[in-house]
Ligand binder design. Structure first.
Ligand code: 13P
Length: 251
């Protein structure tokens, strides 16, 4: 067993309201006593200030779902890394597959966001993963390698001492179709191997989360794999009891 501390992260995607967020956090806090892993949530931008205050007296960390790769300036609609830091964020997702596929984020843009996040003292969670077509064409490792390499080229191996990776097969996101623990473990081991080729200590220490239809029923087996250090949870993170059950599976 690895000594890496497990982390379970909730990606709320474009969900929430002032009232719903308050109820969800109250539910989470009520059940945190039985949770031993690190926990964080990523609400939509408009709720960061609310979550900062709701989470202030709790061990739950705060993250954002994306950020701009640009410094402050004339970038209408964008959010700069330092602003997220000021609002209490410790983490930020970069390169989520929905950002890549729906909003055209390239590997290069994702790498630039990763660097911008670290520049402001945020811990980036680099999301990688293949589509169904890519998996069926036998390209899974190639795709994940390419996505990771773009960041390594810009940020270097040592950058992963203060970053996380999330493997999220696109075909498993929101589909109810999860990767088997063996499928996920194989890709996680591949990712760790890529990092080990440049820096073994960094590879051994980096947390690699799995995301894609993680539920209370499948979390235990997934989190039991050697190279799976926790989860990035979408749908199930919006239901306090489900999210807590997933967190307990990481204990
Ligand atoms: P689901 O858990 O809803 O499949 O979403 C996974 C995800 O994309 C988390 O970032």
């Amino acid at each position: 067993m690895s000594t890496r501390r497990k982390l379970v992260a909730g990606n709320w995607k474009m969900n929430g309201s002032l009232v719903a967020n308050e109820a969800l956090v109250a539910g989470l806090v009520a059940g945190l006593g039985e949770v031993a892993c690190d926990v964080m949530v990523c609400p939509p931008f408009p709720y960061l200030a609310q979550l900062r205050s709701l989470l202030a007296a709790t061990p739950i960390g705060l993250g954002a779902q994306t950020l701009s790769e640009h410094p402050v300036g004339a970038f209408t609609g964008e959010v700069e890394a330092g602003m997220l830091r000021e609002l209490g964020c410790r983490y930020v997702l970069v390169g989520h597959s929905e950002r890549r596929s729906l909003f055209g984020e390239t590997d290069a843009a994702v790498a630039a966001k990763f660097v911008a996040a670290q520049g402001a003292g945020l811990v980036p969670v680099l999301c990688v993963g293949e589509t169904l077509a890519e998996r069926e064409a036998g390209l899974t490792e190639q795709v994940v390698s390419r996505q990771l390499q773009a960041v390594l080229d810009l940020a270097g191996f040592a950058a992963f001492t203060s970053a996380l990776v999330a493997y999220e097969p696109v075909w498993a996101i929101g589909t109810g179709r999860t990767a088997s623990p063996q499928q996920a473990q194989a890709v996680h081991a591949h990712i760790r191997g890529l990092l080990a080729a440049g820096n073994e200590a960094v590879a051994a220490g980096v947390s690699i989360l799995y995301g894609g239809s993680v539920k209370p029923q499948n979390a235990l087996e997934l989190f039991g794999q050697e190279d799976i250090d926790g989860g990035l949870i979408g749908g199930a993170s919006l239901v306090a009891d489900d999210f807590l059950a997933i967190c307990r599976a990481a204990n």
